[in-house]
Design a protein around this ligand. Structure first.
Ligand code: FMN
Length: 320
């Protein structure tokens, strides 16, 4: 099977994919989303230099447990040779595929030439992707945006074709420019235009927040899958809702308050088990949006500074 066919099969089995999100989509949250229908996940991005140095952070981010599959490992960096080396290390962890981030717009990443900065020089991005593809014997995909932002013509359509030509096996398009950050509205029509010129599978991303959005994004673009990021933070049940709607035409009710509370409790327990009581409680604060609809502002603020599981559980109305 070609690498693109392998990726197509993975996407076909997972029409809604959990987006990589730094400090959110760790193995604990991936397990939750997978149990709710995100059958394919991507790790938070891992900096090539850290991967190569086998830093503690890189090892934590790029280690995949037996119940954490299929999951792709995402890497980022500004130097093609370092990305090749990092991709080899990532491949050794036997992920579903290696994904190269060419879409992160945050200045700390893009200013140094990594992430979305690759969009400023599409030819250089294609050359880098060719090198990474050549470095590993497994599918390599790219996640990017429609362009940097100042172009009169967005490069993404031509870029998709050229990335496919050098062996990239799949492409995820966050349908904004880098300069937009998370502002404005994602324009899914770019995912359709790019999808039309390639045979490798394309994933549409950006502003897919509900089951209806997922259905619309897939219908409007013909993409192989839709990727969901921010909406999953407060509503990981979106994967359950979207798969029920897409696969069975079934409308599921939203998560109940009891489910939201139980989710927070389970995330606390899982984070404490993985990271110890102090760090586990602090890490779980990133998931406060799960219970935010149930609590007032003062309680929410208190939850962000609660230092023990008992305090946190009491604030959301649960026994420790
Ligand atoms: C907190 C946060 C962290 C993110 N970290 C990453 C990352 O590590 N790698 C990546 O490719 N994209 C990252 N993104 C971008 C998302 O994967 C996604 O492309 C973007 O949020 C648009 O999708 P959405 O509208 O569904 O959120 C991050 C986004 C957020 C909000």
């Amino acid at each position: 099977m070609s690498h693109a066919a392998t990726i197509a099969a993975l996407f076909a089995a997972s029409p809604v994919i959990l987006a990589p999100m730094e400090d959110i989509t760790d193995h604990v949250f991936r397990r939750v989303c997978r149990s709710l229908g995100a059958r394919l996940c991507v790790t938070e991005f891992v900096r090539a230099e850290q991967m190569i140095a086998r830093s503690k952070l890189a090892r934590r981010k790029a280690t995949l447990g037996p119940d954490d599959r299929p999951t792709a490992i995402q890497i980022y960096g500004a130097d093609a040779r370092l990305l090749m080396e990092a991709a080899e290390i990532a491949a050794a962890a036997a992920p579903a595929y290696v994904d190269v981030n060419c879409g992160c717009w945050v200045p700390r990443v893009a200013r140094g030439g990594a992430g979305a900065a690759w969009l400023r020089d599409p030819a250089k991005m294609v050359a880098m992707a060719a090198q990474v593809v050549g470095a590993v014997g497994m599918p390599v995909t790219v996640k990017t945006r429609i362009g940097w932002g100042a172009e009169s013509e967005m490069p993404i359509v031509d870029l998709a074709r050229r990335l496919e030509d050098v062996g990239v096996a799949g492409l995820t398009i966050h349908c904004r420019t880098a300069q937009q950050g998370h502002g404005g509205k994602a324009d899914w029509s770019w995912a359709r235009r790019a999808r039309e010129v390639v045979t490798m599978p394309v994933v549409v991303n950006g502003d897919v927040a509900t089951a209806d959005d997922a259905a619309r994004a897939l219908a409007e673009t013909g993409c192989a899958a839709a990727m969901i990021g921010r909406a999953a933070i407060s509503n990981p049940w979106v994967f359950r809702e979207a798969t029920a709607w897409l696969e069975r035409g079934e409308r599921l009710p939203p998560a109940t308050p009891a489910e939201r509370r139980a989710m927070y409790r389970d995330l606390l327990a899982a984070n404490i088990a993985a990271r110890g009581p102090v760090h586990g409680v602090r890490c779980t604060r990133r998931h406060v949006p799960v219970v935010a609809p149930l609590i007032d502002e003062a309680t929410r603020r208190a939850l962000y500074v609660a230092e023990t599981a008992e305090q946190a559980l009491a604030l959301i109305g649960m026994e420790g």
